[in-house]
Design a protein around this ligand. Structure first.
Ligand SMILES: [Fe+2]
Ligand SMILES: [Fe+2]
Length: 263
C-alpha cells in the first residue's frame, strides 16, 4: 500500500498546486491513500468547510490539522455535522486528538480505501505550544481501540525532540509518524528499526518566497519593530512538499519513506 502525505497546505498557492499536481503524483507513485495537513488552507489561518470539501473532492481521503484548526469558527458547526455519519467529509477532517475532552471534532479516523483498512491519528505537541493533554498517552489510548494495521500519525509540533521522541515511542506500533507545523521540510526521513516510517517535518505546501508562508516583509517588520502586523499569505515560489510511504498492508509495517518536493 502506498500512502501520500502532503505537508501543511498554505493558502491559495498551496491549494492550487495540490489541484494541479495531485492526480499525476497519485499515478506516478501508485498511491492508494492520500492524507494532507490542511490547517493553513484558508489564507494561512485555519480551514473553512467549503475549502475542506474542495480538498476532499481533489482526492484527499483524510485532512489533518493542528493549532490553526479553530481560526475559522464555522469549523465547529462543520464538526457537529459529522455526528451520525462516520465517514462523511466532515468526519474525515481531523483536529489534534489531545485537545481538552469535550471539544468538537475528532482526532482520529478509521476507514477503508480500496478495501484496505487504515487509520489516521492527529496529535499536537506541547513544547512551545498550548498545554494540551499528553500526546503520548493519548496515542496509547487511541491505539488500544484502533483495529486497522495501517496507521498514520501526524504529530503537529514545534520541537524536533518531541517529534523524534514520538517516532521512537510509536516505533513498531504504527505505520508512520510524520511531523507537521514548522513548514520547513527535514531531511531525516527513515524507517525506524521496528518498521515505522518517520520524518520530523514534511514541510509546507505553499509559497516558499515567504517566511513559513507569510509575506516576508511583514514578518521581518515584526522582528524589527515588535509591532503587531496583519499577516498576509505570500504568493511566490509555490512548492508541494510531501512524503510517500510504502507499507505492507497486512502487517502495517513500512518498507520505505521517500521525500517529495515539486514546483
Ligand atoms: Fe501549519
Ligand atoms: Fe501549526
Amino acid at each position: 500500500m502506498h500512502i501520500l502525505f502532503i505537508g501543511d497546505i498554505f493558502g491559495r498557492g498551496g491549494r492550487t498546486i495540490v489541484k494541479e499536481r495531485l492526480a499525476k503524483l497519485v499515478k506516478s507513485y501508485g498511491v492508494d491513500l492520500v492524507i494532507a495537513n490542511g490547517e493553513n488552507a484558508a489564507a494561512g489561518f485555519g480551514i473553512t468547510p467549503p475549502l475542506a470539501e474542495e480538498l476532499f473532492e481533489l482526492g484527499i481521503d483524510v485532512i489533518t490539522t493542528g493549532n490553526h484548526i479553530w481560526d475559522k469558527r464555522e469549523i465547529v458547526d462543520y464538526f457537529e455535522m459529522a455526528n451520525g455519519n462516520s465517514h462523511s467529509m466532515a468526519r474525515r477532517l481531523l483536529r489534534p486528538a489531545n485537545y481538552p475532552e469535550g471539544l468538537a471534532g475528532w482526532g482520529f479516523y478509521e476507514g477503508t480505501k480500496r478495501s484496505l483498512p487504515y487509520a489516521v491519528i492527529n496529535l499536537q505537541g506541547r513544547v512551545f505550544m498550548a498545554a494540551n493533554d499528553d500526546p503520548f498517552r493519548v496515542a496509547d489510548a487511541l491505539l488500544d481501540k484502533i483495529k486497522a494495521k495501517v496507521v498514520l500519525v501526524d504529530i503537529h509540533a514545534e520541537a524536533t525532540s518531541e517529534k523524534i521522541s514520538m517516532g521512537w515511542y510509536l516505533d513498531g506500533r504504527v505505520t508512520a509518524v510524520v511531523g507537521t507545523h514548522t513548514h520547513v521540510p527535514t531531511a531525516d526521513e527513515r524507517v525506524l528499526p521496528k518498521g515505522t516510517a518517520y520524518i520530523t517535518d514534511v514541510g509546507m505546501t505553499g509559497p516558499y518566497d515567504s517566511v513559513i508562508g507569510v509575506n516576508k516583509e511583514q514578518i521581518i517588520g515584526r522582528f524589527l519593530n515588535n509591532m503587531p502586523v496583519r499577516f498576509e499569505p505570500a504568493t511566490g515560489d509555490v512548492r508541494l512538499s510531501a512524503v510517500v510511504i510504502d507499507c505492507d498492508e497486512t502487517t502495517g509495517r513500512a518498507r520505505k519513506i521517500e521525500r517529495v518536493m515539486i514546483t
